[in-house]
Design a protein around this ligand. Structure first.
Ligand code: ZN
Length: 163
């Protein structure tokens, strides 16, 4: 069968994973059985397309990460960003990742309970408990942890005042 013979032939020197469809002219995966755009049959069978793809991939170790359905060989690009370092570069003050906001919310809960019209003693007690927890949380976050993360900030600010 000529079709079977044809299916074994693949130009492995061509590095492209995409091909222009002979019928619609649009770009499609080279080793897909059908054109993705118009359904034109590019390969006599899925098996033939797969065999051609495997032969093509085996020709070059750089093609190992490719999939039959890719339009180009996937490149691993490390695009992680250290936002903390970036912010420091730009002079943006980020608050540290912290569990102190949970303490602050607990304080707000008690302050809120203090707003319920119970007897005044209960309300004052709740307000005092809430206020203490709230201030403890704010102090821990802003005065302790934040200063630990940005030890230079207060010094720089102080230096600028003298100009
Ligand atoms: Zn097509």
């Amino acid at each position: 069968m000529t079709a079977a013979k044809k299916s074994r032939y693949v130009d492995v020197s061509n590095p492209s994973l995409a091909v222009d469809c002979p019928r619609c002219g649009l770009r499609t995966a080279r080793f897909d059985e059908f054109c993705r755009n118009c359904g034109y049959q590019l390969w006599p069978s899925s098996r033939a397309a797969s065999a051609a793809f495997l032969a093509w991939r085996a020709a070059d170790p750089a093609r190992a990460p490719a999939s039959r359905f890719d339009l180009e060989i996937p490149q691993h690009i490390d695009n992680t960003v250290d936002f903390a370092a970036r912010a420091r570069e730009l002079g943006i003050h980020l608050f540290p990742n912290s569990s102190w906001p949970f303490i602050i919310c607990l304080g707000i809960l008690f302050l809120g309970l203090g707003a319920i019209p119970f007897s005044s003693t209960t309300r004052i007690t709740l307000a005092v408990i809430g206020g203490v927890i709230f201030l403890y949380g704010v102090a821990g976050w802003v005065l302790v942890e934040d200063v630990k993360m940005y030890p230079g900030d207060s010094v720089e600010a102080g230096a600028e005042v003298h100009h």
